[in-house]
Write a protein that binds this ligand. Structure first.
Ligand SMILES: [Zn+2]
Length: 267
């Protein structure tokens, strides 16, 4: 996955603009100077034996460098933001310490879900790549929460939905292969949903999060709305009587959400 370091148009497809992740600095010295520019620093809490492989997977994925680079160009932070791996709780954003916390077990759970669903055989992507796609979406979701606080952005609805849209807009506009990565992240929501009972508790209807299956369809809706001609069959799970209307809604909805989030990005 590569970052498209360009002025966003909403429909960038040329690979000529892609920047290879290998060009990003990795040394501690480079990172500390990079923090001043991007406003993001990454730390890893001590990893147990089982967590070391997960930590390596995260480090080698390039996701952190990608998020930092995107932040530098499109969503800079006034207050330095910390991304901390290895916490016991999360994934979450804690506004009191302006820190994103990602537990290693969240990534282990992703790997287990994709593995149990034979992701490589059924969907043509390795379990590790799919889990890193999910991590990227989750990172950007939490970065969205942090950016809202940092920039005091008005939220006129469910913040959890708003930051899912933030993640989708960033992935679709600025990351080469971001559409495919968003589909993998959406699939994770569908897998998680399969473990849910048929009926939810009433209290869950007032939860800030939409249900996993709603987040699955909402993410696919964003991908379709971004590039309907590229994904003519993406929404074919939807019953036939809804399909034409919902496809049209997804195109209009992406246009609105994309435009509104872009108003908060620097270009
Ligand atoms: Zn959230």
């Amino acid at each position: 996955m590569k970052y498209l370091g360009s002025t966003p148009t909403g429909f960038i497809t040329t690979s000529l603009l892609a920047i290879s992740l290998t060009s990003f600095p990795c040394s501690a010295i480079a990172e500390s100077s990079d923090v001043k520019i991007s406003g993001i620093t990454v730390s890893y809490l001590s990893a147990g034996k089982d967590d070391l492989a997960i930590k390596d997977l995260v480090v080698n994925s390039g996701n952190n460098e990608l998020v930092k680079s995107l932040s530098k160009q499109f969503f800079r932070f006034e207050q330095p933001l910390v991304i901390e791996y290895g916490s016991s709780e999360g994934p979450l954003y804690d506004p009191s310490i302006h820190t994103i916390q990602i537990p290693y077990h969240f990534i282990a759970d992703s790997l287990a879900y994709f593995s149990a669903n034979n992701y490589l055989e059924e969907y043509g992507k390795t379990v590790e790549d799919a889990a890193m796609d999910t991590l990227l979406h989750t990172l950007l979701h939490e970065v969205g929460h942090a950016y809202i606080v940092d920039q005091d952005i008005a939220i006129l609805g469910k913040e959890e939905d708003a930051v899912d849209h933030f993640a989708a807009v960033v992935m679709l506009n600025f990351i080469d292969g971001g559409d495919e990565a968003l589909i993998s992240a959406a699939d994770m929501f569908a897998f998680e949903s399969e473990n849910r009972p048929e009926y939810y508790d009433y209290g869950e209807y007032i939860d800030d999060h939409s249900f996993d299956l709603q987040r699955y369809f909402s993410s696919l809706c964003m991908v379709y709305g971004f590039a309907p001609e590229r994904y003519p069959k993406l929404l074919n799970q939807i019953e036939k009587e809804y399909r034409v209307e919902r496809k049209s809604f997804c195109i209009d909805n992406f246009e609105i959400l994309n435009r509104n989030w872009q108003r908060h990005f620097s270009h």
